[in-house]
Write a protein that binds this ligand. Sequence first.
Ligand code: SAM
Length: 256
Amino acid sequence: MIITTPHKPSPELEDYASSLARELGARFVPRKQESLTRLRLRYGDGRLLVADDRGLRYYEESDDPLYFHPSMAYVRVKRMRKGEHDPLIELTGCKPGDHVVDCTAGLASDAIVFSYAVGSCGLVTALESQPVLFAVVREGLQSYHTIHEDVNGAFRRIQMHLADHNDWLAAQPDNSVDIVYFDPMFRRPMHDSSSIGPLRGLANPLPLDPESVAHAVRIARKTVVMKEHKDSPEFERLGFTRKHANKIAYGVIDTR
Ligand SMILES: C[S@@+](CC[C@H](N)C(=O)[O-])C[C@H]1O[C@@H](n2cnc3c(N)ncnc32)[C@H](O)[C@@H]1O
């Protein structure tokens, strides 16, 4: 993967792009006067991450980039600001001050909703195994600005880690967090899902490992929750009780 900047970057932006390349094991290429198409051809690599003043944009073959946008998370948080309930927050039993581990960060929509719910005395740890998604979303959470300072605060407090949750969970002590959440790529993709569309192809497609669910149960003081299609056999395979079934359902394991 190539990491570059727009034409005429500031020295700070160029430094940032080059340190990001070191962090992700990618190749930093100064942009100079080159077009993105020329860079792709010159380096024989179709994967391009461009660091600009608005954040990171990832291009793969096409000119239609992946970038961070809170989309539905912002709608859900605005409803919570008005005192409405969020189904995920309710069924996880999430309260201010909790430590939530989101094992499948993706575009961080659910992590944002959890972060708003736990507030400034709580903590959301969000794990993502795919370097491009990790970088785009970590940067977006730090720089995306809404008109609501409390919502911006919820973005900034999320602690993102580039990690496979299988390894991360196994290394945690017993009863060390409140809630563990899994939203893996569905076994049967829902092709009408506009929120997942942009990350398909980049995301880790592997099914949940029962051993990871066992570690989640060991470390969670309240609940372990998984999201899947309502007809998915994953709930039974992994020992979750299916709740709140629409097209999408949540499975809950209560560890209290
Ligand atoms: C369906 S998306 C999650 C969407 C997310 N809940 C949101 O609100 O934006 C699943 C994400 O989990 C990541 N993932 C899958 N398996 C993982 C693993 N073992 N460790 C860390 N991340 C993983 C995928 O790369 C993908 O980005």
